[in-house]
Design a binder for this molecule. Structure first.
Ligand SMILES: O=C(CO)COP(=O)(O)O
Length: 224
């Protein structure tokens, strides 16, 4: 993962899959190329293969299961994500919590497969505990701000600065921040507060013109 990290989490909006999902991914790819900036997208499991085949962006899973291969109906494992063309995974998103032992197992399996792992945490108290597991990155997101349009950068800047302090114990782990990011200013502020980048969903996936929004985010991230 390269700084500034811009991670767009597709979630499960009506724009997140099928033709619309591919269309948004292609628009994001255009901006990524134009500004020579890596943009990571995390997409639903059904879309990993299709989107990874259509664009050159790093495609992440929004979640993986940590069970081994075998008789586990419905599971999506790191091995499957890798084979589908994925480059990494989100873990423990507020909308998809998993246990700490599952997080540890998923990080280790991902690492062995050369997949990046981004572990979401909802509060500062978890940064150290997750940091010891050495994921590629920790994404801190106060849940009450997710999807609110009120950004963590403006409403809870101390969450970012505290997490940035705590992550210093783990120099190989990046700290990114998200929840309610809607403007270029929100992106720039998060980075100025010490984050290595941002995670975002609704401001892009629900936008009339997602390309314009992504362009504003990338410009702001690069301007810091
Ligand atoms: O959950 C998020 C990204 O993982 C943030 O969501 P919003 O950008 O919609 O607040």
């Amino acid at each position: 993962m390269k700084k500034p990290v811009i991670l767009i989490n597709f979630k499960a909006y009506d724009t997140s899959f099928g033709k619309k999902g591919v269309e948004i991914a292609k628009q994001i790819e255009k901006i990524s190329m134009e500004y020579s900036t890596e943009i990571i997208i995390s997409v639903p499991p059904t879309e990993i293969y299709r989107i990874a085949s259509e664009v050159s962006l790093p495609v992440f899973a929004e979640h993986v299961d940590s069970n081994s291969l075998g008789a586990y109906t419905g599971s999506v494992t790191p091995e499957m994500v890798k084979e589908a063309g994925g480059k990494g995974t989100l873990l423990n998103h507020s909308e998809r919590r998993i246990r700490i032992d599952e997080i540890a197992e998923a990080i280790n399996r991902s690492r062995k497969l050369d997949l990046d792992s981004v572990v979401c945490v909802d509060r500062n108290e978890l940064v150290r505990a997750i940091g010891t597991l050495k994921p590629t990155s920790i994404l801190i997101e106060p849940p009450e701000l997710i999807g609110s349009g009120i950004s963590v950068s403006k409403a809870r800047p101390e969450v970012i600065t505290e997490a940035v302090e705590q992550i210093k114990e783990f120099p190989e782990v990046m700290l990114i921040a998200g929840a309610g990011i809607t403007s270029g200013e929100d992106v720039a502020t998060a980075i100025k507060l010490g984050a290595s980048g941002i995670g975002v969903a609704s401001a892009v996936m629900k936008a009339k013109d997602p390309m314009r929004v992504v362009e504003e985010f990338v410009r702001s991230a690069k301007s810091v």
